[in-house]
Unconditional design. Sequence first.
Length: 404
Amino acid sequence: MKNLYLLLFILVAGCQSNVTKELKSGSWRLTLDLGNAKELPVLIEVTEESQIILINDKERIKVEDISIKGDSITFQPPIFEGIFKGVFVDEIIIKGDFIKPSLDRVVPFTMQYGDQHRFQVGTKEPTTNITGKWETVFSPDSDEDRYIALGIFNQHGQHVTGTFRTTTGDYRYLDGAIEGDQLKLSTFDGAHAFLFEATVTDSTLNGVFYSGNHWQEPFTAQLNNTYELPDAKELTFLKEGYEQLDFSFKDSDGISISLSDSQYDNKVVLVQLLGSWCPNCMEETQFYVDYLKANPDTDVQIIGLAFEYARTEEKAFQSIERMKKQLEIPYPVLLAQYGNIDKKVAQEKLPMLNHVLSYPTTIYIDKNGKVRRIHTGFNGKATGDSYLKFKDDFYLYLDSLSAE
């Protein structure tokens, strides 16, 4: 009789495990486990159509690549290779790993259903309001890792939003809270998982920046509403004796493309250094795609040079094609480098540049093939006024080049 009960239990349990779970529509909270009791939270909304929406302040990232089989679920944010693989613990809890195969990175995650705050803070009132501009240094005690940034924050009660601008781009839409003198901010855009924690006074921030579970560094900041970063147009330039850019790289069809090709004769050309893994690059790319759609008669041509960390050429082109499809990129994106994204190696591919400081970087070339401007990094929409200033300057400068 015992054996019969055991057999019935196994059969029932087996049938239950084969029942496909449903992802409940509504609010979820996803936390990435960074280790050492550090959690990076992201709010999620699951629509009635079973789409997952990642929420970072004003940013909404739609995830449609979702598969549920039995009690297992996988979902992949758009463009980037990172993928979530999890198991339903029950109807309201999912546990698993966020995986980046090319980098051998694995971060455990938990998703829990129900309306929740991004950070679980108490009722302790903030000791100060950090709204304003902050002169920031990351890794201040390291000659090798040290870099400067500009923090831009808005605080309403305990809620804080903003970003850090650096000379190579911005740290996306940061969203968080302040309780007493403790500040916490996070963002997750499908590629980068950023957590910032700091102790605040009315004029200083002292904290730690966590990038996933593979990197952390200290930072310090001082309130300085007049502070500005160096001009993005003066950081990268041609070495002495050069006036032109020269390269020849292949597209996914194996066709070599260079600036000497006839389609670029007497045209203004933008050469964009990017990577399909890079959120700032993707926002810049979307900006260029929107520009071309809004100006169908423009004589401006764009060429993307992709620097990919995918380990094989085949995987690198797969990432490029996925990016082109999802962003509807109409211009060629060539594979300049795969296997690593080392900027020193990238500079060897373009030896006329003093360095490759950032992905993205855009090189502006006039109708005579002369390099006229190099813009390092990209100020995305999260930077507010900086993005609007860039946009206005971009349109004016392209108009002037086209009119020559």
